[in-house]
Design a protein around this ligand. Structure first.
Ligand code: HEC
Ligand code: HEC
Length: 316
């Protein structure tokens, strides 16, 4: 399988987490003292990795597009093997490299069980128990339903195995300590699948699922606190995003002037109503992900964005 390098263009994509460790530690101590730790651990233990169902690889391929898995897990060069890893993700803490997630027994996920995969996606935990860095957006993928996780696994298992070794991350001390991620997760991460809101129409719930779980739109469009955790002002944007540029507000405050057709056009072709073209990170999201959505999913996504609570514009 060959891949068009223009679809996985390298970008100085950055993520912000951990915040200032010096500030984190006293907060954690306070939190532990308040007994929240026990509650947190009890909650984590309650997450069930549902019984294996046989997933549908074709369905999984579509879900992988909606989740943008390709971009982070493929080298940004012509002829790169899809999902064989190598994409660099620059952060203030160092550079992450998306690993090989093809079913190669030594270099990829060939020896993983489906339960290993479900735990990685739902809980951000490696088969050996170590914690994944949140550069892997499991903070959103935790919301993927059990059946969709099964389809994604069936798709990844169907890929040709690649022996390309995953490149180790290049992180500066102390961010190279995986145990530190435990603290970050404890402060910022609530595992568990998406729960539909029974009072809302099915299309709105579908749109919410596409935005919050698979599309992980909030990983960029929701502002973060000093710990790198997502704030409650979901999709409010940021005056200065992790990548240094402005991240637009996706709530009705920001998108009020856009007709549904404008939004669909933008998420399909990258053209804004003013005739501008989406830049940087969003261009990649559109290429790899939103432009691949089927009509009903695109309509659901747009309908959902209309229903999110308005938030003040970024920087105010
Ligand atoms: C924003 C970039 C990004 C996106 C999007 C992304 N990943 Fe990843 N993924 C990563 C990084 C970085 C790691 C390594 C994390 C670490 O080492 O702590 C990773 C790790 C993984 C792992 C564990 C691999 C191993 O060898 O332990 C799996 C499985 C995985 N991703 C699957 C997926 C799937 C499925 C999707 C799409 C639904 C996806 N990823 C989307 C960045 C991403
Ligand atoms: C990797 C970071 C990232 C992710 C993930 C992401 N976006 Fe964006 N988005 C951006 C950036 C950066 C811009 C600004 C692009 C520009 O200025 O050209 C943007 C712009 C937009 C705009 C244009 C808004 C305006 O007022 O100009 C829309 C709409 C949008 N994104 C929707 C989405 C949706 C829906 C998702 C999830 C499916 C998503 N984005 C996921 C980074 C991201």
């Amino acid at each position: 399988m060959r891949i068009d390098a223009t679809k996985v263009r390298p970008q100085g994509r950055t993520f912000s987490f951990f915040g200032r460790v010096a500030t984190v530690l006293p907060t954690i101590r306070r939190t532990i003292a308040s007994g929240v730790l026990a509650a947190g651990l009890a909650g984590a233990g309650a997450i069930s990795t549902a019984a294996a169902q046989s997933g549908d690889a074709a369905r999984g391929e579509y879900l992988a597009k909606a989740g943008g898995c390709l971009g982070c897990h493929t080298e940004p060069r012509q002829g790169a093997t899809p999902y064989a890893g190598g994409r660099e993700l620059k952060t203030p803490f160092g550079t992450f490299y998306g690993p090989n997630i093809t079913p190669h027994p030594a270099q990829g996920l060939g020896r993983w069980t489906e339960a290993d995969f479900r735990r990685a996606m739902r809980e951000g935990v490696r088969p050996d128990g170590a914690h994944y860095f949140p550069a892997f957006p499991y903070t959103s993928f935790t919301k993927i339903t059990d059946s969709d996780a099964g389809h994604l696994w069936a798709y990844l298992k169907s890929l040709p195995p690649s022996d390309r070794p995953s490149r180790p991350h290049d992180l500066s001390f102390p961010f190279n300590i995986r145990l530190l991620v435990w603290f970050w997760k404890f402060m910022n991460f609530t595992p568990g699948p998406f729960r539909p809101d029974a009072s809302k129409p099915a299309a709105i719930n579908r749109g919410a699922y596409l935005v919050e779980a698979l599309g992980h739109c909030g990983e960029c469009h929701t502002p973060r606190d000093f710990l790198g955790g997502l704030k409650s002002t979901a999709l409010a944007g940021a005056a200065v995003g992790p990548g240094g540029g402005k991240i637009p507000n996706l709530t009705p405050t920001g998108l009020g002037q856009w007709a549904d057709a404008d939004l669909k056009e933008f998420l399909t072709s990258g053209m804004t109503p003013e005739g501008d073209v989406a830049g940087g990170e969003m261009a990649e999201v559109i290429r790899n992900s939103t432009s691949q959505l089927v009509t009903d999913d695109m309509a659901a996504l747009v309908a959902y964005l209309r229903t999110v609570p308005p938030q003040p514009a970024p920087g105010r």
